[in-house]
Design a protein around this ligand. Sequence first.
Ligand code: NOJ
Length: 717
Amino acid sequence: MEIYKLQQLLSEMSLQEKIGQMVQLTGAYFDKDAVLTGVVGEQLPPEWIIRYAGSVLGVIGKEKIYDIQSKYMEQHPHHIPLIFMADVIHGCRTIFPIPLGQACSFHPELVSEAASIAASEASSEGLKATFSPMIDVSRDPRWGRMMESFGEDPYMNGIMGKAMVDGYQQKSDQGVAACLKHFAGYGAVNAGREYNDVEISQRTFLEQYVKPFCMALKAKPAMVMTAFHAIDRKPISGNKKLLRELLRDKEGFDGTVISDWGSIGQLVEQGVAADMEEAAVQAAEAGVDIDMMSPAYMFWLEKLVENGKIPESFIDESAFRVLIMKNQLGLFENPFAGLGKSEKLTPYHRAKAYELTSESCVLLKNEKILPLCQKQRVIWAGPYVTSKEFLSRWSIFGEHEAVETIEDILQKKQIKAECIPGCRMLSDEECKIWQVEPERFDEPGNERWLETITGDDTVVCVLGEHESQSGEAASRAFLTLPEEQQLFFERIAKRTRNIVTVVITGRPLDLRRISEKSRAVIMAWRPGTMGAEAVVDIVYGRTNPSGKLAVSIPWCVGQVPVSYWDIKTGHIYDADHPENRFSSRYMDIPNTPLYPFGFGLSYTEFNISDIEVQAGPDKRVHVHCKVSNTGKVAGAEVVQCYYETLCSSVVRPRKELVRFQRVFLEPGEKKTVDFSIDREEFSYYDENMEIVCSQMKLRISIGNSSDHEWGNSVIFV
Ligand code: NOJ
């Protein structure tokens, strides 16, 4: 519809109709099977809101949505369509690895393709907007939502966020609106505790946590979601400075701002609004266009406009933005756009999920044991061997029936192996307590089976967290494997050294003991629908692992948050002089994580050479190098370019990722990698919070992990 017609429509709408566009209701008011992703209050919405609400969340299904949409539009005075939204986080029906795993592929093009598949499956079942991608930089694995992010690095979150937005939105009538979330800083919740406050400097906030949003906004996402926490003690959903001044005026975002679930109402609980009326005023003044599931807008906006406490122009602006979004999705021409246009879980979708899962697995250790030979005696052990629990709490529309188990795959590929789960998975209830009493998991049968293992046998242990141990409201204080699994592993380790451990998890875990006693470790994250096949193929060498960590694996929980980009200290710890007590260190454990950001092994070897770094007259830095595969099998290496600012007026990080390129090479093959980086990308805030983007002395390095450089150069730009 032309924009003038949309304006015309707005001018004809009543105040209640316009406010309706600014209210999002959970599908529970429209469909009894709707998925609830938050708490529904006891107070029922006013009757007119159910008739005029502009959007619905958590309902999916072709027939259901056809039915709700038809009835709604018929009774609506202007026949404005609803828009159906939901959390399609890492796939809709075909489930890809969790975003944290996807980031480990260092392959934004594939991540984008996965998002477009998710969009077509979602759209086909009636969803036209997803609350994804989440690009909250996250460095504390105690926080359960780390699985939804692209890890600890701002640049990585920005690149992957942009790729996902492109993937979701690019497909004409099968595309869905994307939503960058949570603007901003949610990943820095104190002590990794869900919904906690955030205490962060303005500089770190802007340079590290807002940066990915600035990058991903370039893909023009339809929406941005606020967050539950406060920045500098001002909750985001009522924060005019952040939403109007920073996001809209400075960063130029002209799409729709949606609150996180109930967060406008929570301004009262946070003590910054005396009541719901004041909460509604603050959110409207901050420019929140849609109130997701709080009583504030639906009960108060109308009165506030009538009393002149907020201008009607605020309502017009917000309602218009929602109409524009619907228009861009083609809903005015066809309120059922995309419905029934795509099949779910097609062979192509599965093939792409397999590809992305394979690339997201990170080989952390390999003492000449992998790949295994199909002919040797191998025992696959652990609860994940016969389980379909490869999805996550954020794959709400994922289908476990579509997942094959490792045992199924081994049989299908006719690989001779014994499969023994050996111990239980935690129950939902057990996930909520820090220690499960051992008598609950001692099963006499175990011992007999264990006794058949000899030192010559190879055991692949597939261990990990429960699906519900990560995601929203899933913070953990300990990062260990369930104790039952840890003990099970120890028993196996007493009988053989030939252990390969595959870890299924939504976050980095404390893998110290597992890593010590395994000859190989594969981090498979929560791998999705095609998880089992991807893992089996890596173990037997049909796939050469190529994933690199998008987040550090801590040595133990006492180290977190730990990341490669630590701010420099004057008391540098020198590993060659451990006797120096007065250095920034722990007395009892190393400073460095068990496995650092950017790290990941392959079945082949690579060499990086011919590194050249030049500051061009075009105000760009040009980096050139060659990468070759010097081993015997084909594989992919990720060339990583970092920089360090030398001599600045404020202390800066030791290293920051500025470019990466995944390169596939046949044995003996050599390829050139070139990066061109705008000088502005190295800019930072000085002590007066002024941006510095010239006269910078930089050390540029090239490596294949944050802790391994192949070469570096110092330049001035
Ligand atoms: C709350 C979560 O924080 C947000 O990420 C999600 O999109 C909404 N609930 C809707 O489910």
